[in-house]
Design a protein around this ligand. Structure first.
Ligand code: ADP
Ligand code: MG
Length: 571
């Protein structure tokens, strides 16, 4: 009778483990640096050649190992960190499986030089998992692990390695992450002989963040500080106006441990709402604290992912934390109180008799949903102070703390964005039929965009059909304001959608709403009368996040009264 079940030889088991733990040079770097930190290193130096394909070396000034321990460390499941299964709950050290070193050693040529400060140091050489040599070696207290020819004996794996640049990038990110998590230790990263990162030991986490991400990026961050019950999050997020489409950085920690979670990054981005340009990606650095029993950090062999007991709650809290951090920013900005001065006996009406700017009767069908929050805005809330339009672009009035200046395009964009979101989710907006339909020629890409956004276009009030060839005929259009140029708006929107201009906006409806708001809003250079200005401001102050438009640009600026007084020498 032949045996069906066999115990795997250790070497094979190590190679299988290597498949989980050792994916690429970056994962080797991570495991080795974590070992150094576990060994109490104050300084860790990482060196790479050719993206780690030729050489990976990690040296530390940690505890080092005696010779027997060093031999044992290369054995499967040898670990000095866990003695029983109970130790796995709330692990404090990084490594605990006792399989990283043997796994790495099984797929490379490994040299380990170590000295624990007593007697002489040791050098161990392992080739493809086989211990070849143990010899005395001179070294200061600490450990150096040198990996050459990663995956030399598993060619299928080696084939999966990316370009040197790409492997270097991943390894650099791994070192950055560990450096952010351990500001008490110093780190150096050298790539092909060039120093790429050098941070000293003994920094505080904020200094460390500035050193690793760079002063320029750090200068655009605002603090986050949030608590809800046992859940806490702090850290930094980028100011909406500074977010860019490229070069963003993200770092999440849970209970001090770095992890990756695209959904939590999304949740943090949701905290910006429409305050950033849809294509822009803010940098995010958040440290989450939850009770140890509410998070499982042992999901992933390389421990990059975690599982939350209440994922939805965590996502919601992260979003809220970011939102309130940005709210605080707005309050701290020189915007101040931008409500108009109360006027005694005031009580203007919000009648839309002239088919104007933002008249709700124009903008919404009679029983279509109203702008969220607009019910609360009473006409007597203000704007009977005289309003002045300057440069046909800005609306200026007197507020309690200074002179308020509103960018009319940005304000209207903000207002339209929210109105359109309501229309897109509800029954849509009334359209005005054109006496003479417009005929527009589109490119192939634009025709695709037109066809794939047919329903959204209809909901905001554009009725249009493909006419054969590349022509599109527009029969009906929305009327967001009296000087609205429907043909230009339609064309620009289709072009934006075709070019993916707002492509970074995660949610399809939000992307469409931002595109429409940007293209349909009243423009700079268009003259507005008193009533149009007043209606625009009332609408603006009924929206959720008035100080920013869909691009994250300021909508409102205040010239503080003290500033005026200083300039005129009254203070
Ligand atoms: N840089 C180092 N300095 C001191 N000891 C180390 C170092 N790297 C590894 N070790 C020892 O080798 C053991 C095995 O390491 P590893 O295979 O990564 O497993 P784990 O980290 O999960 O224990 C560790 O528990 C530790 O005792
Ligand atoms: Mg380890």
């Amino acid at each position: 009778m032949s045996r069906r079940i066999a115990i795997l030889p250790d070497a094979v088991a190590d190679q299988i483990a290597a498949g989980e733990v050792v994916e690429r040079p970056a994962s080797v770097v991570k495991e080795l640096v974590e070992n150094s930190l576990d060994a109490g290193a104050r300084h860790v130096r990482v060196e790479l050649e050719n993206g780690g394909k030729v050489l990976i070396e990690v040296s530390d000034d940690g505890s080092g190992m005696g010779r027997e321990d060093a031999v044992l460390a290369l054995d499967r499941h040898a670990t000095s960190k866990v003695r029983s299964a109970a130790d796995l709950v709330g692990v404090a050290t990084f490594g605990f499986r006792g399989e990283a070193l043997p796994a790495i050693a099984s797929v490379s040529r490994l040299a380990l030089i170590t000295h624990d400060g007593e007697g002489e140091g040791s050098e161990l050489t392992v080739v493809g998992g086989r211990l070849e040599r143990v010899a005395p070696a001179a070294r200061q207290r600490g450990t150096s692990v040198t990996i050459r020819g990663l995956f030399f004996n598993t060619p299928a794996r080696r084939k999966f390695l990316r370009s040197a640049a790409s492997e270097t990038r991943a390894a650099h990110e791994a070192v950055s992450t560990l450096a952010l998590a351990h500001s008490e230790s110093g780190f150096e990263l050298h790539v092909d002989g060039t120093c790429r990162l050098a941070v000293p030991a003994g920094q505080d986490p904020t200094e460390r963040l500035a050193s690793v991400w760079g002063r320029d990026l750090a200068g655009t961050l605002v603090p986050v500080e949030y608590a809800a019950g046992a859940f806490r999050v702090d850290g930094y997020v980028q100011r909406p106006g500074d977010a860019q489409p490229t070069g963003r950085r993200t770092q999440l920690f849970v209970n001090g441990r770095p992890f990756k979670d695209p959904f939590l990054v999304r949740a943090a981005e949701a905290g910006y709402r429409a305050a950033i340009h849809p294509g822009d990606r803010p940098s995010i650095y958040l440290r989450i604290q939850v009770p140890a029993e509410d998070v499982d950090v042992n999901v992933h062999p390389a421990k990059l992912e975690v599982r939350f007991r209440d994922r939805i709650g965590v996502e919601r809290s992260v979003e809220e934390a970011v939102r309130s951090a940005l709210g605080a920013l707005v309050a701290a900005a020189p915007v101040g109180d931008w409500r108009p001065l109360p006027v005694v006996g005031g009580g203007g009406q919000l009648s839309g008799s002239f088919g104007s700017l933002l008249d709700s009767d124009q903008l919404f069908a009679p029983d279509a949903p109203r702008l969220p929050g607009s019910e609360g805005v009473q006409p007597q809330a203000g704007f009977d102070v005289p309003l002045v339009q300057v440069f046909d672009s800005y609306i200026v009035y007197e507020g309690p703390d200074g002179v308020i200046i509103v960018d009319q395009h940005s304000a209207h964009e903000r207002v339209l964005y929210e109105a359109v979101m309501v229309q897109l989710r509800g029954v849509g907006a009334p359209a005005q039929r054109l006496l003479l339909p417009l005929t527009l020629d589109l490119t192939d890409e634009e025709l695709d965009a037109f066809e794939s956004h047919g329903e959204e276009l209809r909901r905001v009030g554009f009725e249009a059909d493909a006419f054969g060839g590349r022509a599109v005929v527009v029969h009906a259009v929305p009327t967001p304001h009296p000087r609205f140029d429907a043909a230009a708006c339609f064309r620009e929107m289709i072009a934006d959608l075709a070019r993916g201009r707002f492509g970074g906006w995660a949610n399809r409806l939000e992307r469409f709403a931002a595109t429409y708001a940007c293209r349909a809003a009243v423009k700079a250079g268009q003259r507005l009368d008193q009533r149009e200005m007043r209606e625009l401001l009332l609408r603006l102050f009924a929206t959720d996040l008035p100080p920013h438009d869909v691009h994250g640009r300021s909508t409102i600026v205040q010239l503080p009264r003290e500033e005026l007084e200083r300039r005129f020498g009254r203070r």
